[in-house]
Design a protein around this ligand. Structure first.
Ligand code: GRF
Length: 223
C-alpha cells in the first residue's frame, strides 16, 4: 500500500505542551499523517520541550528576552520556523502576540487553539471570564491565524458545560480534554488536504464553511 506523504509541521509552544503531546501521540499512532520537524519555545523551561525531546523531536529555544523588540524577535522566529520548511505551523499554547509580518509569512498554513468559544473571550484568563460572566457553556476553538488576535477564521469548536462548583482550574482541565480532540482533528484534515483557507474563508471537504463545526458536549470530532 502506498503511504500518504507526511506533512512537515513546526509547533510553537510556551508552556506545558499537552496540546503538543496530543499531536505527537496522533503522529506516533498513525492517525495524523504529519512529521513534527521542530518544536520551538520562547521560554527556556517550557515543559513541552521535554515532551518533544522524549519523542525524539528536534527542539529549539528562541528566548524573546534576548531580543530588543517584538519586530526583531518575530523576524528571527520567522526565519527559524521557515528553516524547517513547514507545510503547517501550529501555535500550541504559544503565549505571544505575533507581528503582522510574521502572520503574513505563514498565512493559510498556521493554526491556533484557543480555550474559549470564540469570538467570546479572546485573549487571556478565558476560564475565569467564562465563570465571571455566568456562562453555562464554555469550550475551545481551532482557527486559522490572521493579524487579528484570536480573530482568524474558525474551523472547529467543542462545547464544555460549566458545572456547579467549577473554578477556573477545574474548568480549564475539562476544556483541555476537548482541545486534545479538536486540534488533532483539524491538523489531520489539513494534512489530508481537506482543510484550507482561501480568500479569508475556511474550506472543508470542498465546501466553504458558513460557520465552524461546533461539537456539542460529549460529541467527538467527525473523521
Ligand atoms: C491551552 O489551553 C491553549 O488553548 C492555550 O494555552 C493552553 C496551552 O496548554 N492557547 P498546553 O501547553 O497545550 O498544555
Amino acid at each position: 500500500m502506498r503511504q500518504q506523504p507526511k506533512l512537515p509541521l513546526v509547533v510553537l509552544i510556551s508552556g506545558g505542551g499537552t496540546n503538543l503531546q496530543a499531536i505527537i501521540d496522533g503522529a506516533a499512532g498513525g492517525e495524523l499523517p504529519v512529521k513534527i520537524q521542530a518544536v520551538i519555545s520562547n521560554r527556556p523551561g517550557a515543559g513541552g520541550l521535554e515532551r518533544a525531546a522524549k519523542a525524539g523531536i528536534h527542539t529549539e529555544v528562541l528566548d524573546h528576552k534576548r531580543f530588543p523588540d517584538r519586530d526583531a524577535y518575530d523576524r528571527a522566529l520567522g526565519d527559524l520556523v521557515q528553516s524547517h520548511h513547514p507545510g503547517l505551523v501550529l501555535l500550541a499554547g504559544f503565549m505571544r502576540i505575533l507581528t503582522a509580518e510574521f502572520v503574513q509569512r505563514f498565512e493559510g498554513r498556521m493554526l491556533n487553539i484557543h480555550p474559549s468559544l470564540l469570538p467570546k473571550h479572546q485573549g487571556l484568563h478565558t476560564h475565569q471570564r467564562a465563570l465571571d460572566d455566568g456562562d453555562r457553556v464554555h469550550g475551545a476553538s481551532v482557527h486559522f491565524v490572521t493579524e487579528e488576535l484570536d480573530g482568524g477564521p474558525l474551523v472547529i469548536q467543542a462545547e464544555v458545560p460549566v458545572e456547579l462548583g467549577d473554578d477556573a482550574n477545574r474548568l480549564a482541565a475539562r476544556v483541555l480534554q476537548r482541545e486534545h480532540q479538536i486540534y488533532p482533528a483539524a491538523v489531520r484534515w489539513f494534512a489530508e488536504g481537506r482543510l484550507r483557507l482561501d480568500h479569508a474563508r475556511v474550506w472543508l471537504d470542498g465546501c466553504a464553511l458558513e460557520a465552524p463545526l461546533r461539537l456539542p458536549f460529549g460529541v467527538e470530532p467527525p473523521v
